[in-house]
Design a protein around this ligand. Structure first.
Ligand code: GCU
Length: 690
C-alpha cells in the first residue's frame, strides 16, 4: 500500500542556508553510512544541496585533526564540508546516545558519543533544517552549537499487533508487521525504523501484550529467522526489538503441566528457550509481559508474587543481556459494582509496593500514567511516588483508545508533560522539585539505567500511518518528549507541523492552536472533572454514561439523584493514602483537590459550589456545551487551510473534524440529558436538554 513519509517527507525550505558540498563520513561503518545517506537525502530535498561523500578514513582524520577550533567559520559564503565523527571525548556528558553539532574551522561537525548519538545528531540537524532556518544559520556560521543527550535511557513503543494482522485498539488500519500470521519486512519496515530513529525512539515491541493464539509462537523456530532479520534491520537504526511474552508458554509450547516460576522444569524451559531465541536473534532487547492482568496467566495462579514471576524470566534472560519489562496493570477485573470498598485505582500500588527492592536489575516495572486505564484525565499513578528500589518505566497511550480513537483530534503531549512534571515528594531530601516523575523514570533520582518511557503505539498500515493525519503529532511527540522531556508541548507541536507541512505560517497558525487546545476540548465534551469511563463497553467509542457502571471492571462513577464521583478519601476507599504528603492532603481535602480531578477523588452533590462560583451540575452542562462548540469551531477554522494542504490531506482531516464536531454534540446531549434526568435540576441558561 502506498504511504506517506510523515514528518520525513522533505520539501524544499525557502531561504535555507546550508553552505556545504562535501560530507566526510566513514561509511565503512553501517550506522555512519545510514546517517550519511539520511543527511545526503535531506540536504538534497530540503536545501537542494548535493553533498559528495568522502569516506576515506585517513583523509577524514587528517581534515578533522587539522582544525579543532570551534566557531571559526571561514569568512564569506564559503562552501565547505560536513564531518561525521564518533568521539565521546568531545561531549560534555559521556553518553553513547548523545551528540554535538558545531561549526569548526574545517566545517560543520556532527559528533556522536557513539553510533546512536551520531544518528540522533544527524536527524537533529535535519529537523533543524526542516523547522528552524534561523537556528540553522547560527549553527552553520558558528554562532551556536547544539548538544543533547537523551533524558530517558529507554524510549519505547508498544505495538498491540496480532499476527493475523489485526491491531488491538488500532485506529489506523491493519498491522504493517504481520499479515496472515507471517512477519512482513519490506520498505515500509525500514521507513518505520527511520521515523523512530528520527525522533529518538530506541526500542519497540511489535506484538500485542494480550498474547493470543499464534503470537505465542513468535519464540519458536518458525518465526526466529524472520525476527532475526527484523532485529538486524532495526538495530541499524539503533532500535532494539522487543517481544511480548506469554507467561504460560511452558504449558502452551513446552507441554508442561505448570508455569509456576519456582518449579525447576519451568525455569529450565525458560533458560533453554532464551538460549534458543538469543542464538537466533542476538540483537533482541528482551520481553514485555502482561501477567495476572485481565485474564492473562501469571504467578498468582501458583500462589507466587510478581517478583518471583519476573525474576524467574530475568534470570533466564540475564546471560544474554536482555530485559524483562513487567507491566503493573494488575487488578481485580471481576468486581461487584455494589462493593464500594474495593477500588481498582488502589490495585497497582497494593500489588507492587510490598515488592519494592525485590526485582532483579534487569526487570523494569512498566506503570501506566494513571491508576486506572488511559482516561482523558487521571491523577498520576502513586506507584511512582512509592517505589524507590525498583526500575520503572512510564507507560502512556498514544493510541487514542479513550481519547477519540483517532477520529477526534486529541494532542496528548500536554497530558504527558503534566504527568512528567508531577512532583511525587518521594525524596524528602531532593532539592526542590527534583523528584518529579520525569526525574524518576529518567533514572536521575535513584541513579538507575534501566528505565524510561513507553507508549502504546497509534500506528497502522493506513497511508498516513495514524488514521487521523494530525494524530501523527502524538507519534512524533512521544519520541521527542521521551528523548528530551524539557521540550514544551508547544515546541513539539510547532516542530511537527513544520516538519510535516513545511514552514507555511498559515498552516502553523491554524494547526498549532487546534493541537494545543484539543485535549481540553475533548475532556470538556466527554468527561470533565476526572470522572472518566462513560463510554460504550468493549470498543470504548462514544458516550454511554452507564456503559460500565454495573459491570465487573471496577470503573464506576456512582451517579445517583444527589451527586456523583468516587470517594477515594480516607473515609472512602482510602486510595489517597498511597500518595506522599502534601499530595495526600491536597487530594483528601475537597477544597484543595484540583478541580479537574474532583470527581476522581470525591463523591460530590450536584449543588456543590465550584471555585468558579458554579454548581457542579451547571459546570457539567456548561462544559459539554462549550466543548461541543469548540469542536465545531475547530472544523470551521480548519476550512482556511483548504488550499494550503495537499487536497487528500485536507479532505482526510476535514472529514474527521466533521465527525468529531457531530459526535461532540452527541456526547453533549447524552451526558447532559442523563444528568438533567438524574438530578432534576434545570440548566440555568435554559438551553435545550431533554
Ligand atoms: C485496556 C484496553 C485493553 C488492553 C489493556 C492493557 O484495558 O482496553 O485492550 O489490553 O488496556 O493495557 O493491557
Amino acid at each position: 500500500m502506498a504511504y506517506s513519509k510523515a514528518w520525513l517527507n522533505y520539501r524544499v525550505v525557502d531561504h535555507i542556508r546550508f553552505p556545504f558540498d562535501t560530507l566526510y563520513a566513514d561509511t565503512g561503518n553501517e550506522q555512519i553510512r545510514i546517517a550519511a545517506q539520511e543527511l545526503q537525502k535531506a540536504a538534497k530535498e530540503l536545501a537542494k544541496a548535493k553533498l559528495n561523500c568522502i569516506s576515506d578514513l585517513a583523509e577524514i582524520k587528517r581534515a578533522l585533526g587539522k582544525s579543532d577550533d570551534v566557531g571559526a567559520a571561514p569568512k564569506g559564503a564559503c562552501r565547505g564540508a560536513v564531518y561525521m565523527e564518533i568521539n565521546p571525548d568531545r561531549l560534555s556528558l559521556a553518553d553513547e546516545e548523545g551528540y554535538l553539532i558545531r561549526r569548526q574551522a574545517c566545517g560543520l561537525v556532527i559528533c556522536g558519543g557513539g553510533e546512536g548519538g551520531l544518528l540522533y545528531g544527524t536527524f537533529a540537524l535535519i529537523r533543524i533544517m526542516q523547522t528552524d532556518p534561523q537556528l540553522l544559520s547560527k549553527i552553520c556560521s558558528g554562532k551556536q552549537t547544539v548538544e543533547k543527550s537523551p533524558a530517558n535511557p529507554l524510549r519505547m513503543l508498544n505495538h498491540w499487533d496480532n499476527t493475523d494482522g489485526s491491531i488491538e485498539r488500532g485506529y489506523a488500519g491493519k498491522s504493517f508487521f504481520f499479515a496472515d500470521h507471517e512477519l512482513v519486512i519490506d520498505e515500509r519496515t525500514r521507513d518505520y525504523a527511520r521515523l523512530l530513529a528520527s525522533v529518538g525512539i530506541n526500542a519497540t515491541v511489535i506484538n500485542n501484550v494480550n498474547v493470543r493464539g499464534a503470537a505465542t509462537e513468535l519464540i519458536t523456530a518458525r518465526y526466529l529467522p524472520q525476527l532475526a532479520k527484523l532485529a538486524k534491520l532495526f538495530y541499524t537504526y539503533r532500535i532494539k526489538l522487543y517481544l511480548s511474552l506469554n507467561f504460560a508458554a511452558p504449558i502452551e509450547l513446552g507441554g508442561l503441566a505448570t508455569c509456576d516460576p519456582l518449579e525447576q522444569d519451568v525455569q529450565d524451559f525458560w533458560k533453554k528457550k532464551m538460549d534458543e531465541v538469543y542464538a537466533a536473534v542476538p540483537e533482541l532487547g528482551g520481553f514485555l509481559v502482561k501477567a495476572d492482568s485481565e485474564g492473562r496467566p501469571g504467578p498468582f495462579t501458583y500462589g507466587r508474587d510478581h517478583a518471583q514471576g519476573a525474576n524467574m524470566l530475568a534470570e533466564a534472560i540475564a546471560p544474554h543481556g536482555g530485559n524483562i519489562i513487567w507491566r503493573c496493570f494488575v487488578y481485580n477485573c471481576r468486581q461487584d459494582w455494589r462493593d464500594r470498598k474495593t477500588d481498582r485505582a488502589r490495585a497497582g500500588y497494593d500489588n507492587f509496593m510490598p515488592l519494592d527492592g525485590q526485582f532483579a536489575d534487569n526487570v523494569i516495572l512498566q506503570i501506566k500514567n494513571g491508576p486506572m486505564d488511559f482516561q482523558v484525565r487521571e491523577p498520576v499513578s502513586p506507584l511512582f511516588s512509592g517505589l524507590k528500589e525498583t526500575n520503572m518505566m512510564l507507560e502512556v497511550q498514544a493510541a487514542q483508545e479513550y481519547t477519540g480513537q483517532q477520529k477526534h483530534l486529541c494532542y496528548l503531549v500536554p497530558m504527558w508533560k503534566e504527568v512528567l512534571g508531577f512532583r511525587t515528594y518521594a525524596e524528602k531530601g531532593a532539592t526542590d522539585g527534583a523528584d518529579t516523575v520525569a526525574d524518576i523514570v529518567s533514572g536521575r533520582l535513584y541513579g538507575q539505567r534501566n528505565c524510561g518511557m513507553a507508549a502504546v503505539a497509534n500506528t497502522g498500515d493506513d497511508e498516513n500511518w495514524t488514521g487521523h493525519d494530525m494524530a501523527a503529532a502524538n507519534f512524533y511527540g512521544f519520541g521527542r518528549l521521551a528523548f528530551d522531556t524539557e521540550l514544551t508541548a508547544e515546541e513539539i507541536a510547532k516542530e511537527w507541523v513544520r516538519a510535516t507541512y513545511g514552514c507555511d505560517r498559515e498552516v502553523l497558525e491554524c494547526m498549532l492552536p487546534m493541537l494545543l487546545s484539543s485535549w481540553e476540548i475533548y475532556e470538556k465534551y466527554t468527561s470533565p472533572l476526572g470522572i472518566g469511563w462513560m463510554v460504550n463497553p468493549s470498543h470504548h467509542y462514544g458516550p454511554n454514561v452507564d456503559g460500565y457502571e454495573y459491570d465487573r471492571w471496577g470503573t464506576y462513577h456512582y451517579s445517583d439523584c444527589h451527586g456523583m464521583g468516587v470517594d477515594r478519601t480516607m473515609a472512602g476507599t482510602g486510595y489517597v493514602a498511597q500518595y506522599n504528603e502534601p499530595n495526600r492532603g491536597m487530594y483528601e481535602n475537597i477544597e484543595s483537590c484540583p478541580e479537574e480531578l474532583l470527581l476522581f477523588f470525591h463523591h460530590v452533590p450536584y449543588t456543590h459550589m465550584l471555585k468558579t462560583g458554579k454548581t457542579l451540575i451547571q459546570h457539567i452542562y456548561d462544559s459539554h456545551f462549550e466543548g461541543a462548540m469548540q469542536a465545531q469551531n475547530m472544523l470551521l477554522n480548519f476550512d482556511s487551510l483548504k488550499h494550503r494542504l495537499p487536497p487528500e490531506v485536507f479532505e482526510r482531516i476535514h472529514t474527521r473534524l466533521k465527525m468529531q464536531a457531530d459526535h461532540a454534540k452527541e456526547w453533549r446531549d447524552r451526558i447532559n440529558t442523563y444528568y438533567y434526568r438524574m438530578s432534576g435540576i434545570a440548566d440555568e441558561k435554559g438551553r435545550t436538554i431533554y
